[in-house]
Write a protein that binds this ligand. Structure first.
Ligand SMILES: [Zn+2]
Ligand SMILES: [Zn+2]
Length: 152
């Protein structure tokens, strides 16, 4: 799969991009998968289940909660989205394209949004003792995002 990551600013662009991505993924491209991926592509920060449900409802997407969650799981399975364990213990999701497989996450305590820090690759921060083979790192930072800082 070789898709150029481009910012999806409008709903139409996001849908188009989602359609492209799904055409490369094995498996059926259902309406729910398409719309959930488009929602993730459009979001500036990672989204919770409730966020996704609300956005789907706003966009007039007819899919019940279970269908949306299944679509989300499928996207994660296929590597089109990833799941983030938030500091508040709620799962959040973001699209995966263009992001390093392993990157740090930043939880803003003020607005409770989670951001993917694509340029911060946790694996590069650790020099493990000899004999240890690193396979996965989860780095969750907390603080204030730029928008919240600007408000103070
Ligand atoms: Zn914030
Ligand atoms: Zn991320």
């Amino acid at each position: 799969m070789n898709v150029e990551p481009a910012p999806a600013n409008t709903a139409t662009q996001a849908l188009e991009q989602a359609r492209n991505l799904l055409s490369f993924a094995r498996g059926r491209s259902t309406q729910a998968r398409l719309h959930v991926l488009a929602i993730l592509l459009q979001a500036e920060s990672a989204l919770s289940h409730v966020d996704i449900e609300n956005l789907a409802a706003q966009q007039g997407i007819e899919a019940d909660r279970v269908t949306l969650y299944r679509a989300l799981d499928w996207l994660v399975e296929r590597g089109l989205a990833h799941r983030i364990a938030g500091a508040d213990r709620a799962w959040r999701y973001n699209a995966q394209l263009g992001l390093a497989q392993q990157h740090a996450h930043f939880y803003c305590r003020a607005c409770q949004q989670v951001f993917c820090l694509e340029n911060l690759q946790p694996a590069l921060l650790f020099a493990l003792p000899q004999g240890y083979q690193l396979e996965q790192v989860e780095l969750n930072l907390q603080g204030q995002c730029p928008a919240c800082q600007a408000r103070h």
